[in-house]
Design a protein around this ligand. Structure first.
Ligand SMILES: *Cc1c(COP(=O)(O)O)cnc(C)c1O
Length: 414
C-alpha cells in the first residue's frame, strides 16, 4: 500500500469549522458572558430563522433528530397502540421514534430508482392490509385491528419522497403525515397539485430535522428541530421538550428533557447563513460525479432525480454489482465510503418481534447489497472527484458482470 498518497475522507467536518472558527468562538464567549446556556433569545432567533428557511410557520428546537421525530409524532396525536407506516430503508431512529411514541412501525417498500417510499406499495398496503371504517372515519389494520394513524416518509439522502401521492393517500385514509427531513435541509419538491416548489419540512403536519454534525446543517454537538404550521402542534412540542411545562413547575402533562442548547442554537444560526451555498456546492459535486461516471452507465446506477425533485445530496449514492470489492479497493486507495444502510430495518435483530421475513421487501433487500455512498461534502475538490471516479470506473469495467459476484466473494476471503 502506498503510504504517501493523499486520502479523500468520506466527510470533511474540519475545514468548514476552521473557516468559521472566529464566529463560532464568538458565540461561545457570548454564552459564557451571559451564562445563557438553555433556551433564551439565541434559541428563539434560530427557531425564527429556520422556520423561515423551511417555509414553515413554526420551528421548535429540540435536543436531537430522534427527539424531533418522537415529539412530532406525539404532538400530532399518535397514540399508544397505533400503527405508523414508514420505510425499511432508513436510519433506525425513524422506527425508534415510532415505537417510543407507543406505536408500532409497519413498513412499505421503496422505489427502486429513488430509494424512497413507493406510493404504489403504500397504496397496496392501505387497500389490502387495512380497511377504512366510514362510521369512525378511521383506518384499521385488518389482522391486528389496530388503528393506522400516520405515515412517516423519509426524504432519504437529501431527496424528497413523492409527497403529492403520499399526501393524497393520507387524505383518503385520514392519516397524518410526519416528514423525516433529517437528511433534507433545504430540499425541494415540485407539487403538481399546488403548482409550486415546496420545501422539505413544509408539507406534512410536522417535520423532523437533525443537526447531528454530519448533516447538511450540523451543530457542534447534538441538536434537532421540528417544523410545523400547526400552532397547537408547535405549542405541544414546546411543552414536551420541557417536562410538560409551559410555566416553570406547573406540569400539564409528563414530558421529556429534550431542549435545544443555546450554544448549539448560536452555532446553527451562523451555519444556517451558509446552508444555501453549501447545498448548491453539493448539487454541483453531484452533477460532476454524474458526468464523470456516465461512461459506465450500464454498470453503475447513478442517483435518479425526478423532474419534481431538487435534492440537496446529503449523500451521493451509487449502485454496483460488485459493491464489496469496489469499497475495499477504494479504502485501500485512501478513499472513504459508506453504506446507507447495509441492513434494512425489518431484518435488524431489534425488529425480530415484528415477524418480518426475508423477501417481504424485495426492493430494499436488493439495493441494500448494491448501494455505496461516495465522498460528498461542500469542500470536495474537482481533482478529488476525478480521482474517485477514475478508480470506480476501473473497478467496474475490468470485471465482467457475470464474474463480479464471485470476485466480490473472493475479495472478502483474502
Ligand atoms: C440522522 C437521522 C435521524 C436522527 O437524528 P439524530 O439527531 O441523530 O437523533 C433520523 N432519521 C434520519 C433519516 C437520519 O438521517
Amino acid at each position: 500500500m502506498n503510504t504517501t498518497m493523499n486520502t479523500i475522507p468520506f466527510l470533511d467536518l474540519v475545514t468548514p469549522h476552521e473557516e468559521l472558527k472566529e464566529e463560532l468562538c464568538g458565540v461561545f464567549r457570548a454564552a459564557l458572558r451571559g451564562a445563557s446556556f438553555i433556551g433564551g433569545p439565541m434559541v428563539e432567533e434560530f427557531e425564527r430563522e429556520f422556520a423561515q428557511y423551511c417555509d414553515s410557520q413554526y420551528c421548535v428546537g429540540v435536543a436531537n433528530g430522534t427527539d424531533a421525530l418522537r415529539f412530532a409524532l406525539i404532538a400530532s396525536g399518535i397514540k399508544p397502540g397505533d400503527i405508523v407506516i414508514t420505510v425499511p430503508n432508513t436510519f433506525i431512529a425513524t422506527a425508534e421514534a415510532i415505537s417510543q411514541a407507543g406505536a408500532q412501525p409497519d413498513f412499505v417498500d421503496v422505489e427502486e430508482r429513488t430509494y424512497n417510499m413507493d406510493p404504489e406499495r403504500l397504496q397496496d398496503y392501505l387497500e389490502n392490509d387495512c380497511y377504512f371504517d366510514t362510521a369512525t372515519g378511521k383506518t384499521f389494520h385488518r389482522k391486528t385491528r389496530r388503528p393506522v394513524t400516520a405515515i412517516v416518509p423519509v426524504h432519504l439522502y437529501g431527496q424528497m419522497a413523492a409527497m403529492d401521492d403520499i399526501l393524497e393517500l393520507a387524505k383518503d385514509y385520514n392519516l397524518m403525515v410526519v416528514e423525516d427531513a433529517c437528511q433534507a435541509h433545504g430540499a425541494e419538491y415540485f407539487s403538481a397539485k399546488e403548482n409550486r416548489w415546496k420545501k422539505a419540512g413544509s408539507m406534512g403536519k410536522a417535520a423532523a430535522f437533525s443537526f447531528y454534525p454530519g448533516k447538511n446543517l450540523g451543530a457542534c454537538g447534538e441538536a434537532g428541530a421540528v417544523t410545523t404550521s400547526d400552532h397547537d402542534v408547535a405549542q405541544k412540542i414546546r411543552m414536551l421538550r420541557d417536562h410538560g411545562q409551559a410555566q416553570k413547575y406547573y406540569h400539564d402533562m409528563e414530558g421529556y428533557n429534550g431542549r435545544l442548547d443555546a450554544i448549539q442554537a448560536g452555532f446553527l444560526r451562523i451555519k444556517l447563513r451558509h446552508l444555501a451555498a453549501w447545498n448548491e456546492a453539493r448539487r454541483e459535486s453531484a452533477r460532476r460525479y454524474g458526468q464523470l461516471l456516465a461512461a459506465a452507465d450500464a454498470a453503475i446506477g447513478l442517483p435518479y432525480e425526478p423532474t419534481w425533485a431538487k435534492p440537496v445530496y446529503h449523500l451521493y449514492v451509487i449502485r454496483l454489482q460488485n459493491r464489496e470489492l469496489v469499497q475495499k479497493r477504494l479504502a485501500e486507495a485512501g478513499i472513504g465510503t459508506g453504506i446507507h444502510y447495509p441492513i434494512p430495518l425489518h431484518q435488524q435483530k431489534a425488529y425480530r418481534g415484528l415477524y418480518y421475513k426475508e423477501g417481504d421487501f424485495p426492493v430494499v433487500e436488493t439495493v441494500a447489497k448494491e448501494i455505496l455512498s461516495l465522498p460528498m461534502y461542500p469542500g470536495l475538490l474537482h481533482t478529488q472527484q476525478f480521482e474517485i471516479a477514475e478508480k470506480v470506473l476501473n473497478l467496474v469495467s475490468v470485471i465482467p458482470a457475470h464474474e463480479q459476484g464471485q470476485r466480490a466473494a473472493a475479495a472478502f476471503a483474502d
